[in-house]
Design a binder for this molecule. Structure first.
Ligand code: ZN
Length: 248
C-alpha cells in the first residue's frame, strides 16, 4: 500500500493543491497528522478537500483551538489571532468536523500517526533529547509526526545509534529516499504542507510504501503570490504572508 503523508496544512489551499498534483497517481491512500487550519486564509476549502481525500486524519493543536476545544492560551499573538479568525470563518459543518477529529496516536497498517509525540500532541520533537526519548518508546518501527514544520526526522538504528534525517541538503528538487532497515526505529516528519519552517518555502510532504518499506520526502513549489494575496485580502497579518516566502 502506498501512502501520501500530509501534515500542517494550515489553511494554505494553494500549497495543498500543488502537493496533491505532484503526488497524483503515486499513492493509494492519504493520511494527515493534523493542523489542517490556523494561520492561512482558506480553512473551509482545505477542510472540505481533506474530508474528500481521507478518513485518516488526527487533530492538531491548531485544529483544537480553531474548533474551540482549547482556549489558545499558550499560543503566540499571531497564532491566537488567526485561531479566532478561523473560528468565525468556518462553516458549522467544518467546525463540527474539526471538533470530532481524533487525537493521535492513530494506528495504521503497521505504523502510527501523531501530531507532536506519542505521549503529548503539543510536544515539539526538534532535537536529539526529545527524539531519543520518543524513539525509545516506539512499539512499532515507524511513527509519523508533525507539529515542528521541519521535514526529516530521527532514526535509532539497530545498533542503538541516533541519527537525524536531514532533508534540507536535498533542496535542489530531488527527493530524499529512505529505505527502512530491519531493527531500526523511525520517527518521520513529512514536513509542513502550508507553512514550512525549515528554510525552504516549498510545500512539503512524504510518501510511504508499506510493501517495499520506503519513505520518500518531497518538496513542491506552489503559487506563493496567490497564497500571500489571499492572506492580505482576508485582512490577516502581513507577517503571515512574508513568512511563507522565507519558509520560517
Ligand atoms: Zn502546525
Amino acid at each position: 500500500m502506498r501512502y501520501l503523508v500530509l501534515s500542517d496544512i494550515h489553511s494554505n489551499l494553494e500549497a495543498l493543491e500543488s502537493c496533491l498534483e505532484l503526488a497524483d497517481g503515486k499513492y493509494d491512500a492519504a493520511v494527515c497528522l493534523g493542523d489542517l487550519v490556523g494561520y492561512g486564509p482558506d480553512p473551509n476549502a482545505v477542510v472540505s478537500r481533506m474530508r474528500q481525500l481521507t478518513d485518516a486524519i488526527i487533530g492538531g493543536n491548531h485544529d483544537k483551538a480553531c474548533a474551540g476545544l482549547s482556549d489558545a492560551e499558550d499560543f503566540n499573538v499571531l497564532a491566537k489571532l488567526t485561531a479566532f479568525w478561523t473560528r468565525q470563518a468556518l462553516t458549522p459543518e467544518n467546525f463540527d468536523f474539526l471538533r470530532k477529529l481524533p487525537a493521535g496516536p492513530l494506528l495504521m497498517e503497521g505504523f502510527e500517526l501523531v501530531h507532536g509525540s506519542q505521549t503529548d500532541e503539543d510536544e515539539y520533537i526538534i532535537g536529539p533529547t526529545q527524539a531519543l526519548a520518543a524513539l525509545k518508546m516506539l512499539t512499532l518501527q515507524l511513527v509519523f509526526f508533525g507539529h515542528t514544520h521541519q521535514q526529516g526526522g530521527f532514526v535509532l538504528d539497530r545498533l542503538g545509534r541516533l541519527q537525524s534525517v536531514d532533508c534540507f541538503s536535498e533542496s535542489d528538487g530531488r527527493s530524499l529516499v529512505l529505505p527502512l532497515e530491519n531493527g531500526g526505529r523511525y520517527l518521520i516528519n513529512p514536513g509542513s504542507v502550508g507553512q514550512p519552517r525549515d528554510g525552504d518555502w516549498r510545500a512539503a510532504f512524504a510518501l510511504y510504501d508499506s510493501d517495499s518499506r520506503i519513505v520518500s520526502f518531497h518538496r513542491v513549489p506552489y503559487n506563493l503570490k496567490r497564497a500571500q494575496d489571499r492572506i492580505l485580502a482576508a485582512n490577516l497579518p502581513q507577517r503571515l504572508a512574508t513568512r511563507l516566502a522565507a519558509g520560517r
